[in-house]
Design a protein. Sequence first.
Length: 333
Amino acid sequence: MKAVVVYEKGKYEVRDIPLPKISDGEVLIKINYAALCYRDLLQLAGYYPRMKYPIVLGHEAVGIVVESRDARFKPGDRVVPLLHEPDGTCEFCLRGLDAYCVNAGSYGENLDGFFAEYARVSANAIVKVPNNVPDELAVLTPCVLAMIYKGLKKAGLMRGETVVVTGASGGVGIHAVQLAKAMGARVIAVTRSEDKASFIRRFADDVVVASKFSNAVKSLTDGVGADVVIEAVGTPTLDESLRSLRMGGRAIIIGNVNPDETYALRLGYIIMKDVSIIGNVRSNRSDVAETLRLLGSGLVKPVIAVTYPLDRFSDALEFMRNSSRIGKVLIKT
C-alpha cells in the first residue's frame, strides 16, 4: 500500500509499504480521507520529542473497517480514530479520561498514522460514525471539533454566552465558530483578512477584522467583554484575547503557531480580572462520540479548502502553508 513515510527529521516520501497486520483488540481500516493539521508541520520539523523514525504521518482520518479482531467492531463499520491509542486500563482510562492515558501512544508520532491507504488501529481508539455525518465532517471530529467541544465543556459554556474565536478562517477557527454557535453561543470571529471576512460572516454573529481586536469585542458586548475566548492562534493574539474577556472570563488555549516563542503572563492581570486560562489537548473518546451526535443535527458544515490525492502530498503540504486558504486540507486515499 502507499503511505507518507517520515524517515528522518524533516524528510518524507510517498512509498509502498506492507499492509499492516492486526492483533487481538485491533482493527484494519481502509482510509477514506485523512486531514492535514498544523501539528503535522510541527512533527515534520522535529518539535515532538517522542517522534520515531520511520513513521507513517497523519492523525486525522475517517475510514471503513475491513478486518476486525475485536467484538465491538465489524467489517463495514465507518469509524474515526482518536489522536491517541489509550490502553483502556490505567486510572485515567477507567475514569473516562483516556486523553490523559499514562501509557498512550500517538498516531503519526510513535504509532503509524493515517496518510496511507490502510491503517492498523486499536479498537480502544476508534468511534463509530453516525450515518448522517458525512466523511468530510467526520474526518475533522477527533482533532478539531471534539477537541473544541472538550474545551468548551471544561470552560462551562452556557447557552447565550459570547465566545470570541481568533484565527477564524483557519481549519480550527472556522469550525470552532460553527461549533460554538451549535452549542448556543453568540460568536464573534476575529480575522486579520478583510478578504476572508465575508466568508466568515456566513457562520459568525459578528466579525472583527483587526490585529488589535479587544476594544471592538468590548464595544460589541456593551463594554463588558466576552465570556469565553477560543485562542486558535497563540502568542500573536493571546494578549488581545485576554483583554477581550469580561471579569471571570475563560480563555481556551488551542493554537500555538510560534512554538519557539515564550509569553510573559501578567499574573496581576489574571488575578484581578479573575480570568481562567484553560489548556486543551486531545479529546476523550466520549467527547468524540458526543460531538458526532451533535454534528448529526447539521448545524456544522465542513469547510474544505482543497482535497489532494495521496501521491500529491507535497503539494498539499505547500498549500497548507498558504495564508490565503480558508478551512482544512484533505487527503483522499
